[in-house]
Design a binder for this molecule. Structure first.
Ligand code: PGA
Ligand code: ZN
Length: 419
């Protein structure tokens, strides 16, 4: 018997110390729980994160009302439904909300229930979570996209670009990839120390030195890669998340300096950086509604580098279809809380695969000890995961879970291919 007997939600805290929702779903005395993450540079088309804005006890940030809704309404509605009927449960939650952006119940409430259901279903089937998702064989580990310098909304150093990442393309296994990143991060720490900057880290665990121009950060990373004995652009490649929504005013962008400039100028600067620093991936190079700017960049980079839609697509099937028709990107960042249920996220991933896009499973800048996305990356056959640096337990926990999965898969544990 696998019928849901109880659903309990509670307020816990995320890695920024903000309140968030943990939901625990029960089948008799067996339970599983999930914690919802939270973004800082959110897209306006994302599903809605509901907070008690008028409750001053937690400065308007508590989530007690959505929790009450789970405990009073959702728990009653889900009672006696088979835990393995993920789609039925998710669509029930969607219809219970009834709004396009999940504004009534809140996507944070809905997602914590949806993930907890998937986890409990796996537990009851006695299979690891990654074996209870899209694929049933040939599991592969994703390439880590490690965010090693934080800027933008994730730090207070004045760096315009939000995330400077590395991807260990030469690695043949996941653990080797993590080792390569480990070396580069250690060399980078030494360099930052030598420059007399603080080696403290930002929200996603990358260093947040007080440097404020993009190229200084890029030069430091290239130096760290060289000092590690790797070749930039080959063994290890540099990837960026610009989060350009934050740098947009009157159709002009302040990506490359504080000065706002045209799309054409911004593209010229991108092309220069791509060539000079051998950048292989750029996420959110332009604003979330600036489809034509994306299309221009993709065509001018001749589809040779990864162009990733995060705020552009917000893990939303309708928006991914628009991007596909406009030839705006070639990869999609996947964040479960941008859409709000496991089922809808899987539908987006299936379509992305159909049109040949890379799928990159991602954390949020406000995250937790929940490691669901590590299993999710493997079980959806996604070739990359972006979950911060080798610092801060809420980031490292995802990499550690992938190391466990790698060991469990044993000799068969291959890393994905990038291209
Ligand atoms: P967020 O940032 O979680 O603060 O939205 C992550 C990203 O932009 O990829
Ligand atoms: Zn992003």
């Amino acid at each position: 018997m696998s019928k849901i007997t109880k659903v309990i939600a509670r307020q816990v805290f995320d890695s920024r110390g903000n309140p968030t929702i943990e939901t625990e779903v029960f089948v008799k005395d067996i339970s599983a729980s999930a914690i919802c993450p939270s973004g800082a540079s959110t897209g306006t088309h994302e599903a809605f994160e509901k907070r008690d804005v008028n409750n001053k006890k937690y400065l308007g940030k508590s989530v007690l009302k959505p929790i009450e809704f789970i405990n009073k309404v959702i728990s009653t509605k889900l009672k006696n439904i088979n835990i393995h009927q993920q789609e039925k449960i998710d669509y029930l939650l969607i219809s219970l909300d009834g709004t396009k952006q999940k504004k009534r119940i809140g996507a944070n409430a809905i997602l914590s229930v949806s993930i907890a259901v998937k986890k409990l279903s796996s537990k009851i089937k006695k299979v690891p979570i990654y074996k209870n998702l899209l694929i049933s064989k040939n599991f592969k580990l994703p390439y880590p996209l490690m965010n090693i310098i934080n800027g933008g909304a994730h730090a207070n150093n004045g760096l315009r670009i939000q995330e400077f990442m590395i991807r260990p393309d030469k690695a043949k296994t996941f653990s080797e990839g993590v080792r390569m990143c480990f070396i580069v991060i250690n060399k980078l720490r030494d360099l930052i120390k030598k420059l007399g900057h603080s080696t403290s880290v930002g929200d996603e665990g990358g260093f947040a030195p007080m440097i404020n121009d993009n190229e200084s950060a890029l030069k430091l990373i290239v130096k760290a890669i060289n000092l590690s004995g790797f070749k930039n652009g080959k063994d290890v490649v540099i990837c960026l998340d610009v989060a350009a929504n934050e740098l947009l005013k009157n159709k002009k962008y302040s990506i490359h300096s504080k000065k706002y400039t045209s799309v054409e100028n911004s593209i010229e600067n991108y092309l220069r950086l791509i060539k000079k620093y051998k950048i292989m991936s750029i996420e959110d190079p332009f604003g979330e509604n600036d489809w034509s700017a994306w299309t221009k960049l993709l065509s001018q980079t001749k589809n040779k580098i990864q162009i990733v839609g995060d705020d552009l697509f917000v893990t939303n099937l309708e928006r991914l279809k628009i991007g596909f028709l406009n030839i705006s990107a070639n990869s999609i960042l996947i964040k479960l809380n941008q859409i709000g249920t496991v089922t809808e996220t899987l539908e987006v991933i299936k379509f992305a695969k159909l049109i040949g896009y890379n799928t990159i499973i991602s954390h949020r800048s406000g995250d937790s000890e929940d490691t669901f996305i590590a299993d999710f990356a493997v079980g959806t056959d996604s070739n990359q995961i972006k979950t911060g640096s080798l610092a801060r337990s809420e980031r490292v926990s995802k990499y550690n879970q992938l190391l466990r999965i790698e060991q469990e898969l044993g000799k068969k544990s291959k890393i994905h291919s990038i291209h």
